[in-house]
Write a protein that binds this ligand. Structure first.
Ligand SMILES: Cc1cc2nc3c(=O)[nH]c(=O)nc-3n(C[C@H](O)[C@H](O)[C@H](O)COP(=O)(O)O)c2cc1C
Ligand SMILES: CCCCC(=O)C(=O)O
Length: 336
């Protein structure tokens, strides 16, 4: 991973690099996400007759060839001219799901034309009619789930971006999926007044399964189930929102214990061993953010495909070494 990050930094405009790589505040949580994986050790089982591994995982009716999804990240055209469609083409080739950001720089219809299985990430919007318009568009484009990001009542304070004065997209780029009924691009609203009522409203507006992204507290996992949510993503937004927040991996066990819903996790997943550890500690699948952007920056769709295939190979390999045939065989006792 480090090599890819270095290569991405070398090809990217320094302002964009800092936007992609950076986090909030002192970037403590950003670092903590990776450190939490580095702290864990695997306690393998032997002589389990594992044989051929089977990495397939089904989520809300979609079969994935590996339990690794592409996290929603903004502005792919700033990383590479192929943009989100390049990332989606790689997801389709690898047989996994891409979660498309509200801040994608290409229309969802063009991203969907790659044939990829897509979920749409929605920042809950205070304007109910506008929000419903966004949801309908995602549905019509064939998105199979809504990922509602709930960790952003206000936007994170990111020192690197402030230093550069990076506050809006350059000319020629837009958040193409934030167009209203009149075709005008609206700013993504963040609203500190949002509450569980808003989740109820989104649920009433769609039959798509709803995942809440950005849950870290087990009490919120219990509430999510009570509000009819289909799944959770344990996440601190890659350390870009609340600096000082608990590392995603450290939050995972208590959230998984608090709910019967499928629990996904993102933040700091870099290798097959990290995937194994997250699954053992209660995740049904993981998502990867920055490494995808870096791979896109350096190699377009081919780069992203290569990244996914590397993670697949690594996960297959470490499952064998740890004595597990499939993701469901992984249990917390395998991690110290
Ligand atoms: C450049 C960048 C843009 C992001 N944009 C979004 C976004 O639009 N919506 C969202 O819910 N999360 C967004 N995230 C957070 C990711 O979905 C994810 O939680 C995080 O990147 C995972 O950590 P990782 O980068 O360590 O893998 C973004 C993250 C990055 C790095
Ligand atoms: C308004 C764009 C939001 C992108 C985002 O979520 C991030 O940069 O972390």
């Amino acid at each position: 991973m480090t090599a890819t990050a270095d290569r991405a930094q070398a090809v990217l405009d320094p302002v964009y690099w800092d936007y992609f790589a950076g986090g909030a505040g002192d970037e403590r949580t950003l670092r903590a996400n990776e450190e939490a994986y580095a702290r864990r050790r695997i306690v393998p089982r032997v002589l389990r007759g594992v044989g051929e591994r089977d990495l397939r995982t089904t989520l809300f009716g979609t079969e994935l060839t590996l339990p690794v999804l592409i996290a929603p990240t903004a502005f792919h055209r700033l990383a590479h001219p192929e943009g989100e469609a390049g990332t989606a083409a790689a997801a389709a080739g690898a047989g996994t799901v891409m979660v498309v950001s509200s801040a994608a720089t290409q229309p969802i219809e063009e991203i969907a034309a790659t044939g990829a299985a897509l979920w749409f990430q929605l920042y809950p919007q205070p304007d109910a009619a506008f929000q419903e318009h966004l949801i309908r568009r995602a549905e019509r484009a064939g998105c199979r789930a809504l990922v509602v990001t709930v960790d952003s009542p206000v936007f994170g304070l990111r020192d690197r971006d402030s230093r550069h004065g990076f506050t809006e997209l350059p000319a020629g780029y837009a958040c193409e999926n934030m167009r209203d009924a009149a075709g005008r691009v609206r700013d993504i609203a963040m609203d500190a007044a949002l509450s569980w009522d808003h989740v109820d409203r989104i649920r009433a507006a769609t039959d798509l399964p709803i995942l809440l992204k950005g849950v870290l507290h087990p009490g919120d996992a219990e509430l999510a189930a009570a509000h009819g949510v289909a799944g959770l993503i344990v996440s601190n937004h890659g350390g870009r929102q609340l600096d000082g927040a608990i590392a995603a991996l450290d939050a995972l066990p208590a959230v998984a214990a608090a709910t019967a819903l499928p629990v996904l996790v993102d933040g700091g997943v870099r290798r097959g061993t990290d995937v194994l550890v997250a699954l053992a500690l209660g995740a049904t699948a993981v998502l990867i953010g920055r490494p995808v952007v870096y791979a896109l920056a350096t190699g377009g769709r081919r780069g992203v495909r290569e990244l996914l295939e590397t993670v697949r190979t690594e996960l297959d390999h470490v499952l064998a070494l740890a004595g597990a045939r499939r993701p469901a065989d992984l249990t917390p006792d395998l991690v110290a």
